[in-house]
Design a protein around this ligand. Structure first.
Ligand SMILES: NC(=O)c1ccc[n+]([C@@H]2O[C@H](COP(=O)([O-])OP(=O)(O)OC[C@H]3O[C@@H](n4cnc5c(N)ncnc54)[C@H](O)[C@@H]3O)[C@@H](O)[C@H]2O)c1
Length: 288
């Protein structure tokens, strides 16, 4: 058993170097089975080790956070951070299996449940209107209210998309709903905003643009806005709007000068398109 530094600190080249040396000292071979037991930082790090150590050994993910159960441990992306830049190097490498036990959620602090719920909201909006109805009626957020069926839905949804577009050249981009503005807000307000919190805010921005193009109604936008406002604190974006737009421009999802963006066609269905900086700015300023 190798215990990693907590959270993002695990995803570094120096920890990778330490772990590889330790595996060599223990004479671990290619026939090893790596078990990545922990949150998304562990599955990202462990996946990178398993896919590269001696050119690859088998691995199993055992996710212990909500975010890892519905997202990070599924789909075979893993990564390390370099020079403070997240997910700079990584591989696509699928686990042999993902073992999920919702009992792990019992010890998660509410902030981590909310972190996972940002991604849960994303899945509901792009993939399942009935999950959205359940979420919007929640009157508390804790491990007990997380239904195992929600986790199964998200996991199967992601697995289906990944099976059709493993290397993220097409349909897999739908999973980035809420992430263009989300990543930019996360970077601009680091370290105050967790990833899931930023994604929840990013979902509001994407919902606003979807409403602006008449894909969803004002009532639907208001419901999404109210849900996010109820559970997450809003960032004051007006002071940092230029910085946030710069981050959106640098987003790796952009091509040919356009900001690639995922919009809702309706609640439960999404599509990939582009947006302008001006529209994004207006949506950010309107939303927060
Ligand atoms: N590869 C992907 O597709 C993908 C997708 C989304 C996110 N990610 C990555 O996942 C990471 C975030 O994952 P995360 O949100 O799970 O964060 P995390 O792994 O940092 O875990 C969050 C915190 O919860 C603690 N923890 C884990 N399980 C616990 C439990 N059962 N009870 C109590 N505490 C527990 C951890 O020690 C940590 O302090 C980021 O590095 C992100 O880049 C990867």
């Amino acid at each position: 058993m190798i215990t990693l530094p907590n959270g993002e600190a695990a995803k570094s080249l120096s920890v990778y170097d330490d772990v590889c040396r330790r595996l060599l000292a223990e004479e671990v071979g290619r026939d090893a089975l790596f078990i990545n037991w922990g949150g998304g930082a562990v599955s990202d790090f462990g996946g990178f080790v398993a896919s590269t150590f001696k050119r690859g050994a088998a691995m199993v993910n055992v996710p212990t956070t909500l975010l890892a159960m519905i997202d990070a441990a599924i789909g075979g992306k893993n990564a390390l951070n370099v020079g403070g830049v997240k997910n700079t190097i990584g591989t696509f490498y699928l686990p042999e299996m993902v073992l999920t036990d919702t009992q792990f959620l019992a010890t998660l602090p509410q902030s981590e449940i909310l972190n996972g719920m940002g991604e849960l909201l994303k899945y509901a909006l792009i993939g399942d209107v009935s999950l959205w109805r359940e979420l919007k009626n929640l009157d508390k957020v804790s491990a007990e209210v997380i239904s195992p069926s929600w986790i199964t839905f998200c996991r199967e949804f992601k697995e289906r998309v990944v099976a059709r577009d493993f290397r993220d050249n097409g349909e897999r981009r739908l999973l980035n709903f809420g992430h263009t503005a989300g990543h930019a807000l996360e970077a601009a307000f680091a370290p105050a905003l967790s990833h899931g919190h930023a994604v929840a805010l990013g979902c509001v921005v994407a919902a606003y643009i979807s409403y602006n193009h008449n894909f969803i109604s004002k009532e639907s936008f208001d419901e999404i806005y109210d849900f996010v406002k109820k559970w997450y604190s809003f960032a004051n974006v007006s002071d940092k709007i230029d910085e946030i737009i710069d981050y959106c421009r640098q987003d790796k999802k952009n091509s040919n000068g356009q900001i690639r963006f995922i919009l809702l066609r309706s609640i439960g269905s999404a599509f990939v398109t582009t947006t302008s900086e001006q529209e994004l700015k207006e949506a950010l300023l309107y939303s927060f």
